[in-house]
Design a protein around this ligand. Structure first.
Ligand code: IPM
Ligand code: MG
Length: 373
């Protein structure tokens, strides 16, 4: 069976990290006979440079036909002064909205090998496995009215609107409850209900869904300022967290650092199933290190692992790729962002290669075990 994957490398290190992930897909095709077919399209600044828009219609067309989408990153200083509607970020927001990808899953897992790479103490982060479920198509990101106007007295007034409807809250709550059901059965919903009415409504709707549909899940609520503090104080108290678009953006970067580096955090953006899921690293385009072969490709490779699980139900294959990533870390291979004394520092390209080598040896091992059995 053919699986159509659309690559949207985007800008900066997005291009490099997608290239390494492609090696893994080629390997799966060649060695395990999987039928992945890759197409590529432009998004972000690269699309703007080529066609004057960060989200060209043909990219949307291809995205609608794909079975899954892998996105690198968008943005960079080159495009910072463009009108909002032309900025690279509009491309990313556009594809999320057009495909109805309202649920963004951002797992923060600390691999044992990396527990010392975190800026937090080992005992605070070792064994950490939390999942942030971020609402992705509402809130200040999309609310109307928005914009900046100049008032008659010459001062300027900027407006963005925090808006949610109850069905939007209910559908993201259900995604989070369902995920909590498969994990530690604990859900913490994060809001600012003490100040913002829209998020007080959020809290009430989440509670209602919990009471009526998921009585077996232990539901708690937390204000976002406290949640940020708790994430660095005692992150292991959490299992699944569900929150708004803006709070999720901020808290997921915070959670990423628990794992040692933003270069390690994958994500999946899913909708109601009528369109392909989109998978992307949580990190951005990192223009300062772009093109230097030093970026960490692991967040993107792990995003592809999420694609194998969520879009293709290829769980055994996902385990193989994830296992290879863990093995190279266990062997002391590191990119610059997670390197520590005594470890072997690799470039982006070389990290991709050692993961492939690891995949080869896992295959050889499986063959030997089969003969022995
Ligand atoms: C993210 C990013 C994006 C966001 C930017 C690049 C628009 O920070 O995916 O977290 O804010 O959603
Ligand atoms: Mg972000």
């Amino acid at each position: 069976m053919k699986h159509k994957i659309l690559f949207l490398p985007g800008d900066g290190i997005g291009v490099e990290v997608c290239r390494e992930t492609r090696k893994i897909i080629d390997w799966l095709n060649e060695k395990l006979g999987l039928g992945f077919v890759i197409d590529t399209a432009l998004i972000g600044g690269a699309a703007y440079d080529a066609s004057g828009t960060p989200f060209p219609p043909e990219t949307l067309e291809k995205a609608k036909k794909a079975d899954a989408i892998l996105l690198g990153a968008v943005g960079g200083p080159k495009w910072e002064n463009l009108d909002y509607s032309k900025r690279p970020e509009r491309g990313l927001l556009g594809i999320r909205k057009e495909l109805g990808l309202f649920a963004n899953l951002r797992p923060a897992i600390v691999f044992d090998e990396l527990a010392d790479a975190s800026t937090l103490k080992r005992e605070v982060v070792s064994g950490l496995d939390i999942l942030i479920v971020r609402e992705l198509t509402g809130d200040l990101y999309f609310g109307q009215p928005r914009g900046v106007e100049t008032l008659p007295d010459g001062t300027r007034r900027g407006v963005n609107t925090l808006v949610y409807t109850s069905p939007e809250v209910q559908r993201i709550a259900r995604v989070a409850f369902d995920l909590a059901k498969k994990r530690g059965k604990k859900l913490c919903s994060v809001d600012k209900a003490n100040v913002l009415e829209a998020t007080e409504m959020w809290r009430q709707e989440v509670q209602k869904i919990g009471d009526s549909e998921y009585p077996e899940i232990q539901l708690s609520h937390m204000y976002v300022d406290n949640a940020a503090m708790q994430l660095v104080r005692n992150p292991k108290q959490f299992d699944v967290m569900v929150t708004t678009n803006v709070f999720g953006d901020i808290l997921s970067d915070c959670a990423a650092m628990l794992t040692g580096s933003l270069g390690m955090l994958p994500s999946a953006s899913l909708g109601d199933g009528s369109h392909a899921g989109l998978y992307e690293p949580v990190h951005g385009s990192a223009p300062d290190i772009a093109g230097k072969n030093i970026a960490n490709p692991i967040a993107t490779i792990l995003s592809f692992v999420m694609m194998l699980r969520y879009s293709f139900s290829l769980n055994a294959e996902a385990d193989i790729v994830e296992g290879a990533v863990k093995s190279v870390l266990a062997k002391g291979f590191r990119t610059a962002d997670i390197v520590q004394p005594g470890m072997k520092k690799l470039g982006t390209n070389e990290m991709g290669d050692v993961i492939i080598k690891e995949l080869d040896s896992s295959l050889a091992l499986a063959a030997v075990n089969k003969i022995k059995a």
